[in-house]
Ligand binder design. Structure first.
Ligand SMILES: NC(=O)C1=CN([C@@H]2O[C@H](COP(=O)(O)OP(=O)(O)OC[C@H]3O[C@@H](n4cnc5c(N)ncnc54)[C@H](OP(=O)(O)O)[C@@H]3O)[C@@H](O)[C@H]2O)C=CC1
Ligand SMILES: O=C1O[C@H](COP(=O)(O)O)[C@@H](O)[C@H](O)[C@H]1O
Length: 501
């Protein structure tokens, strides 16, 4: 019998993620009633009409021990062939030949290892990859009864690639998991210093008093990694720096930094305030964006030297974007989110630069800066001007410094994931992303992402920067355009030797 070549059938618009080749569909709960009556008949229907990927294989998995003949009997017992159509009979035989069965428990690592070995054995027979994309795909269908008691699902990013795909993903998950059962992880929300922002801001009158457009000139939220995509380029190239870090981690930090005081510490009160401030941010403008891509330097390879990256990729490995918040507290204050791979150091920090002090008695004096260092070595320091000690009256920049490892010597700072998994066990959603937060986050970033993806015409070309540098040479002019003034060169840390000044 001649089956139409799978994957070649109708030419309706296909989704960009459609699986066409080398796919295994694993049906968990394959011995059950649902699998027998619904799942296998549906898979067979699709297979017969040529809608399944080429070379598809179906693997049943369940606790019941049964041989292949018994499995085939069950899996095909509800396939309809009322008139003994020989073509359907033949299709059922072929369907059996692409199906296999493995028995095992749902709580035994060894059994899943056995399943994995079986899948790998099938995959070894698939053609080898010709490009950077993974050449084997697996789909897991859970034809299983729900567990007794509370159910919670913890989901990792990426939550879509833009507003539409995120909405699609959200609504498909919503069919099975309520918002209350869903914990969307952004692991930056589990970092100690990000959690600290709420306390620093709202438990200190002094901070609260200066937290607005009247006192703050500009804010930078910076993510720097000293290594490139090394080996992860295939994944990264599809996403780029904005989706990888800015749209999620840095925007989450921004929302806590700028939201109004929540009525309580309850998850919904906090998330209501985050959503409110995010809704005051318009989509990022192209002119408020700087994109870079690292090139080989200092004996290290460039992004395009990675074998898993397309040779002409214009994917940004560095991005700086400036966001504006249109509300009475923040109108006119630029929030610069910047992140890059293959830079000169590992650092994630928030740098709040205050306005110039009134001139007159002071001239060219350094600005105050409050730095919240998220990692490494958690710290909060306020750069202030103090009188130079001695018989002169001159101001000099110094700092008030809360360095965690010095101040809290006995305390182990938990890993972000430790904190978040514990929160999920407790059912506390405060540090997880709510569906409407995600929606508004995508609204802010989708227009520039579509521009970068080339949906509105030619793709913008990122400017090059050397591996191990601070980023593109265009970065400092970009930041000073928004009013940032680099601190006085006379600032010395950790010890000021006055004799050398
Ligand atoms: N508790 C602690 O551990 C404390 C540590 N310190 C240390 O003191 C040093 C100075 O602190 P601080 O002034 O806050 O931070 P930095 O001097 O590291 O950076 C200050 C700002 O200037 C930018 N910058 C850095 N180098 C250059 C350059 N060559 N040209 C132009 N701009 C530049 C940075 O950009 P970018 O973000 O792109 O790097 C950043 O925005 C740091 O090493 C800091 O870690 C100070 C106080 C307390
Ligand atoms: O989500 C991501 O975060 C990591 C950085 O996490 P950190 O906790 O080490 O700061 C980043 O390397 C990765 O590209 C990104 O997907």
């Amino acid at each position: 019998m001649s089956l139409p070549p799978a994957g070649s059938i109708p030419s309706m618009e296909t989704s960009h993620d459609e699986l066409k080749d080398n796919t295994i569909i694993v049906v968990l709960g394959a011995s059950g009633d649902l699998a027998k009556k619904k799942t296998f008949p549906a898979l067979f229907g699709l297979y017969r009409q040529g809608f399944l990927p080429r070379d598809v294989k179906i693997v049943g998995y369940a606790r019941t021990k049964m041989d292949k003949a018994e499995f085939d009997k069950r899996a095909t017992s509800y396939l309809k062939n009322p008139n003994d159509d020989p073509q359907i009979t033949e299709a059922i035989q072929t369907f059996k030949s692409i199906s296999t069965y493995i028995s095992g428990n749902y709580d035994e690592g060894d059994d899943f290892a056995k399943l994995n070995d079986h899948l790998k054995e099938i995959e070894a027979g698939y053609p080898k990859p010709t490009n950077g994309t993974p050449h084997c795909n697996r789909i897991f269908y859970f034809a299983l009864p729900p567990p007794e008691g509370v159910k919670r699902v913890i989901v990792e990013k990426p939550f879509g690639k833009d507003l539409d795909s995120a909405r699609e993903l959200l609504s498909s998950l919503k069919q099975y998991w309520s918002e209350d059962e869903t914990f969307r992880i952004d692991h930056y929300l589990g970092k100690e210093m990000v959690k600290n922002l709420l306390v620093l801001r709202f438990a200190n009158v002094a901070m609260g008093a200066a937290w607005d457009k009247n006192h703050i000139s500009n804010v930078q939220i910076t993510f720097k990694e000293p290594f490139g995509t090394e080996g992860r380029g295939g994944y990264f190239d599809e996403f780029g720096m904005i989706r990888d870090v800015l749209q999620n981690h840095l925007l989450q930090v921004l929302s806590i930094l700028t939201m109004e005081r929540p009525v309580s510490f309850s998850a919904e009160d906090i998330r209501d305030e985050k959503v409110k401030v995010l809704r005051s941010i318009p989509p990022i403008a192209r002119e408020d964006t700087l994109l870079g891509q690292y090139v080989a330097a200092n004996g290290k390879p460039g992004y395009l030297d990675d074998d898993t990256v397309p040779h002409n990729s214009v994917c940004p490995t560095f991005a700086a974007t400036t966001l504006w918040i249109h509300n009475p507290r923040w109108e006119g204050v630029p929030f610069i989110l910047k992140a890059g791979k293959a830079l000169n150091e590992a650092k994630v920090e928030v740098r709040i630069q205050f306005k110039d002090v009134t001139q007159g008695i002071f001239k060219d004096i350094a600005r105050n800066e409050l730095v919240i260092r998220i990692q490494p070595s958690e710290a909060v320091y306020l750069k202030i001007n103090a009188k130079t000690p001695g018989l002169i009256t001159r101001a000099m920049p110094t700092e008030m410094d809360l360095t965690y490892k010095r101040r809290f010597t006995e305390t182990k700072i938990p890993e972000a994931y430790e904190a978040l998994i514990l929160d999920a066990l407790k059912g506390d959603h405060s540090n997880f992303v709510r569906h409407d937060e995600l929606d508004v986050a995508w609204k802010i970033f989708t227009p520039i992402l579509h521009w970068i993806d080339g949906k509105d015409g030619a793709r913008p070309r990122p400017v090059p920067y050397p591996y191990g540098s601070r980023g593109p040479k265009e970065l400092d002019p970009f930041i000073s355009k928004y009013g940032f003034k680099r601190a006085d060169a006379s600032y010395v840390w950790p010890v000021t030797n006055l004799a050398s000044l």
